[in-house]
Design a protein around this ligand. Structure first.
Ligand code: GLN
Length: 464
């Protein structure tokens, strides 16, 4: 009830697309009875959670924040959602995002932008509602999930992370955001953006909570052939971490143009704190980093062009009233249903995949992707346990600044520290470490080697 009340109080954040109040109350009452009987269904029995609106939820509309999926109600739950429900966790609602998870601001949703709960700091304590467009963005694309956790309307939220979409909003909203190793969590029921990079992400207030959720969600799924078995985690991360056995790498290429002096200072401060506590901290090189963002763009658009083909007006959601021919129906539906970001990516992807361009763009990008992944492997094989980097270039920009036309191309730069991790399938976690002079969260990212999610979380736990 308190969480539902909190959702109402923070309505102006626009964090939720739908709130499943009736269902939530029913689930909560059942959980309460189980707890009174001393028979909890699982460790999360009765714990309220929310889910990004690109995960399928049985009987609950799933829109991807797009007009294209308006009215689409899936007949099944995504595996990760089902696993939380099986533990007794209570679904409160579906959270807002950039349409089809394409973006890094949660400003491109057909339901309107998400506001950062820390916005009051930017607006000098005045209600951000009254100030029109002068408020801080939540980051994206899982901005609704991050804002929901940060504004205390739920204890955990599921996001998705293809190029940084869980870590970016987690960083800007000051919550813990985990992107597990590719294949540890099932993608079944997560509406795909880039199948080879998508992973469900976990947003919580504390690292130990993220570890508990990861432990519950992990494991092979016969409905997702890319899932693999993964080792159990010590949920509570109770063991004292012996930092003298940990080597932390600082990738020199991450001193990127546009990195704010404040964020750079926090990065140095935390590296020094790790060294002072006994960790070996050394500079490392990931030489192909500079090519990563372009390469991500080519691969993302190519997979988008293919993935979005299923939205034709016949099977799911929106259908245009233009019925002069089947082709005209397809075209009109897609024109009406997708925003310009999605349409642009479909066009670019189809261009990259043209017979005469395929080798030059798609195949080339795949080759560079391999080099990027090899850079990481080389560093981890040389004895580095985790890498420490910023998550974002700076604290949350204001809506006006972020959506200025000349900043829109720059906004892909927002993913500069996060997307190489998706190209390589590695685990990474963003942890808030300070507040900026504007009173907004600054976060750092830890990157681990494949399947080393537990070690990653142990170091992150130390950072908290
Ligand atoms: N901002 C990136 C993009 O627009 C990442 C999106 C994501 O991780 N879903 O593609």
């Amino acid at each position: 009830r308190k969480c539902l009340q909190r959702i109402r109080e923070t309505h102006y954040l626009n964090a939720y697309i739908s709130v499943t109040e009736e269902l939530a109350m029913q689930q909560a009452e059942e959980a309460e009875l189980r707890l009174l009987r001393g028979e909890p269904r699982g460790i999360l029995d009765g714990v309220p959670f929310s889910v990004k609106d690109n995960f399928c939820t049985q009987g609950v509309e799933t829109t991807c924040a797009s007009l294209m999926l308006k009215g689409y109600t899936p007949p099944f739950n995504a595996t990760v959602v089902q696993k939380l429900l099986d533990q007794g966790a209570v679904l409160l609602g579906k959270t807002n995002l950039d349409e089809f998870a394409m973006g890094s601001g949660s400003t491109d949703s057909s339901f309107g932008p998400v506001r950062n709960p820390w916005s009051e700091a930017v607006t000098g304590g005045r209600s951000s509602m009254e100030l029109g467009s002068d408020w801080a963005i939540a980051g994206g694309s899982s901005g609704g999930s991050a804002a929901a956790v940060a504004s205390l309307s739920c204890y955990l939220s599921l996001g998705s992370d293809t190029g940084g979409s869980t870590r970016n909003p987690g960083a800007l909203c000051g919550v813990v955001a985990l992107k597990p190793t590719y294949g540890v969590l099932s993608r079944h029921g997560l509406i795909p953006l880039v199948n080879s990079m998508d992973v469900p992400g976990i947003l919580t207030r504390r690292v130990c909570d993220a570890a508990i959720v990861l432990d519950i969600l992990r494991g092979p799924d016969e409905r997702d052939s890319t899932t693999v078995p993964s080792p159990a985690l010590d949920c509570a991360l109770t063991e004292e971490l012996d930092l003298t056995r940990i080597t932390v790498g600082i990738p020199q290429e991450y001193h990127a143009p546009g990195l704010s002096p404040e964020t750079a200072r926090q990065w140095e401060r935390v590296a020094a704190a790790l060294a002072a506590a006994g960790a070996r901290v050394r500079e490392v090189s990931l030489p192909h980093t500079q090519h990563s963002i372009v390469c991500y763009h080519v691969l993302c658009c190519s997979e988008v062009a293919s993935n979005m083909a299923r939205f034709d007006g016949l099977e799911y959601g929106h259908r245009s009233s233009v019925e002069t021919s089947t082709d005209a129906l397809y075209a009109a539906t897609r024109h009406e249903g997708f925003n310009d970001v999605v349409r642009r990516r479909i066009l670019a992807g189809n261009y990259f995949l043209l017979k005469q361009n395929y080798e030059r763009y798609f195949v080339k990008a795949q080759q560079v992707r391999r080099l990027i992944a090899d850079d990481f492997s080389r560093v981890f094989c040389s004895g580095v346990d985790v890498l420490l980097t910023p998550t974002t270039l700076c604290d949350a920009p204001t809506y006006t600044h972020f959506t200025q036309e000349d900043n829109r191309t720059r906004s892909t730069q927002e993913d500069v520290f996060t997307q190489p991790v998706n190209m390589a399938g590695l685990p990474a976690v963003s942890v808030p470490v300070a507040l900026s002079a504007r009173g907004l969260p600054i976060s750092l990212q830890l990157i681990g080697s494949k399947m080393q999610d537990k070690k990653l979380l142990s170091v992150a736990h130390w950072l908290e």
